[in-house]
Design a protein around this ligand. Sequence first.
Ligand code: F0G
Length: 339
Amino acid sequence: MSGRPGLIRRYLDRLPFEAGDPIVTLKEGSTPLVHAPWLSERVGAEVHLKIEGANPTGSFKDRGMCCALTAAVKEGAEAVICASTGNTAASAAAYAARAGLRCAVMVPEGKIATGKLAQALMHGARVIALRGNFDQALTLVRELAARHPIALVNSVNHYRLEGQKTAAFELVDELERVDAVCIPVGNAGNITAYWKGFQELAHAPRMLGFQAEGAAPLVTGRRVEHPETVASAIRIGNPARWEEAMAAMTASAGRIEAVSDAEILDAYRLLATREGVFCEPASAASVAGLLKHGAGDARRIACVLTGHGLKDPQSALEQAGSVIPCEPGLEAAERAVLG
Ligand code: F0G
């Protein structure tokens, strides 16, 4: 077989699957790790960006979803369900379509980025807009999955974490040693998965998790009833993997800290304009956190950019410069181009 293997085949010996399993794949994983010269200079260490937006549906969720859907097919499920701030919904919808399973996604009404909504709808999922937040949606889908023969594919499903831990394998494969990993934290599945992956390799970088100030339960130690942040992907007040994330932080001598919306948006623009990397706002929380809180004495740092910038064109247009109108003549074109 040529080309990318897809992560189940690439890491078959470290995942709970066998070669004969009905593998559901869109050739996820093996994402680029890009050195960040501007950021490295700014923080005085070697910084790399893990571009998870390069996965098939544009976010890291595909790593977990290929495993969750493979397990669902293996177990004879006919339908899957999830609660989502958008990316999980897009990924579940795509992998369910691929597997020929029905898919329902429950999202907070009016609170998910346009691209993610378009993806879920295009892949034929039943999209339910909840008049409530993500935490309420997760409670409801857990209840629905307990009552009906529908597989739950949120990161409470351990196959999701199995898939997502492979990003840690890729970091170690490429960097050999990594001292700190900066990662945005919402429902806390991903930081839990990375730590699991590193532990399996007997590797222990400091896990530095960052939440948005208006949705920072792991920082304050208290649930947030009405989470608010421009980073809609991590607008979560009661993470399902709360204990696991805290355990990862403690065991790795890491930290979980908050960053403001303004700091997130600064990092979002800086990544696009200085490094040429366009991620979504939630992803930029990892870099905002590094810029604000540093990484102690870490020399080699990886920032996880969890989702592609095109997911959320609205936020981009609100943050970026405006277009320059131009009449169809040479003089007007010169003025427009040269300023
Ligand atoms: N970054 C992005 C772009 C996300 O979509 C998410 C989570 C996270 C970071 C945080 O990861 O929840 O494992 O701590 N998105 C979920 C969703 C909640 O429904 O798409 P986490």
